[in-house]
Design a protein around this ligand. Sequence first.
Ligand code: PRX
Length: 633
Amino acid sequence: MAANQKSGNSLYHPSEGVKMRARIKEYDKLYQESITNREDFWAKEAEELFWYQKWNKVLDDSNKPFYKWFTGGKTNVVANAIDRHLDSETKNKLALIWEGEPGDVRTFSYFALNREISKFANVLKAMGAKKGDIVTIYMPQIPEIIIAMLACAKIGAAHSVIYGGFSVEALAERIADAHSSILITADGGFRRGKPTNLKTIADEAMRRSPTIDVCITVKRTGKECFMENDRDYWWHDLMGMPIASAKCETEQTDAEDPLFILYTSGTTGKPKGLIHTHGGYSVYASSTFKYVFDIQPDDRWWCAADPGWITGHSYIVYGPLINGATILLYEGAPNHPYPNRWWQMIEKYGVNIFYTSPTAIRGLMRYGASWADKHDLSSLRLLGSVGEPINPEAWLWYYEVIGKNNCPIMDTWWQTETGGFMITPLPITPLKPGSATKPFFGNEISVVDESGKAVKHGTEGNLVIKNPWPGMARTILGDPDRFIEKYWKLYEKQGWYLTGDSAKIDEDGYVWIIGRNDDVLKVSGYRLGSAEIESALVSHPAVTEAAAIGLPDKLKGNIIHATVILKDGFSESDELANELKMHVDGEIGPIARPAFVVFADSLPKTRSGKIMRRVLKARALGQEEGDLSTLEE
Ligand code: PRX
């Protein structure tokens, strides 16, 4: 591979070797074509997938902003991710290499994965699941989470995966919102050498949200757990029964049928269940993955996210499997038992493309380069980053220490709502550390002021997307008004999608994401709403009101700072502050635990009663409080 050249203005050029392998040799021309003839571009991409019946219309925009793609078409993501590979040489290729934290390994060829999916699809049917249902999945990072997702899709039921790090209330309210009657979980998983207690959390969530009739539990840790008669079943028992036949027809779903619901945090306390579809989402996840990570038949791909987030849905499961890739899944912590665990796995499995978050990079960078230097990482060709802006220091460390100056970093900007990459380099793009570079094919983006006027180069503004794309979320489950209000209202006249992020575009057209400009926090790359944390705090008997904000943090991007007002009869103490932190942990999960809880007698509010988080932030950081003219007396 030719040596990388670093030019004077800090542009990092991909090596000749990487560029030569890349599918796309030239960006500008293809990009122009893709936005000029957007529907042709996407039709061509869709033609690479299998359809039981071809679409009549590529884009139906008759009811904006509820766009539809490939209407009249019939497909199923499983027909593309599994079934079609069974008739090709991919059949016996490894689909999944899984390593548990204790070091146990399981592998599945496409053929073997299909058997498990088909068997579990039949189990789901026997337990009453059918097309149109929403099945909730709450699992650790074990192969069964992927099998369960694909089994739901195969029978035409939508899955709603709840991240395994969430706790009781987060799980309960998502089950209730989806009216799920089936829950798939596990006794736990291993994290830093200890078993987690998923089933105990699931039991409490089912008590709070009684829609679940059937709960199927995978035995992973062997820890004893409560099993209720006529509700609780072991996965292995069901899979050993005659109901679990290995033959199962894949349901022919409409392009617009829901494939999954994924909840994400917004500006109110109630999480939004975004709906993604079989048709458009499959096309978008597949194309973005193929072009950006340039997957080749002999590649081993590792996306070190949790399958429970959109990154895991699109780039552990669907995008890679549609492309017939070999994926790696690891159960545990990156620094267990030592901080070289990930680097050791890259060497052991010969990973070619590796995708993770800036927080993870910063976390491992702390331990120094020597842990990575112990390992042969020469199999790597491309690296990726997602979830939050990557600071140049972390970018350079990733590039130099992990990529040995040879692997371009694909800093992919996107959201749960977008389904796949929106702004991203390709393997041929000259890189600037910290910039997600340019829009993916088909997308026109802009940075604008409140009125919709594009701001000058280098000026911060609202990041908008000016066109529909196949991977876009179709709506919010049960709340189409909120979908309009949140994403489409501000630039209704122009018909643009509001991302909620602020950004800048430089003179070369490179996009620099600054961060969220609403009350959404990014903590270690996890997305949390201020309001969710606040409602967890006020669910504690001592608290009458609370305000949560994010404070900048070198490692996590942001940490949570909460100001609480106590009810009469309760007094401030360090013990109570700690109790409140643990209360949030128990309701939402450890990721939402505030780093600071401070007590106050009142909260700064506007005359209309809105909490002035800006003022709280300035106070917490010891800065000037700025213009207080709207502050209530
Ligand atoms: O603020 C942006 C940030 O993550 C938000 C979306 O979060 P979520 O829906 O959880 O999806 C994360 C994984 C796609 C965005 O609004 N974000 C995501 N990727 C980047 C990023 N910020 C900067 N650079 C990125 N590459």
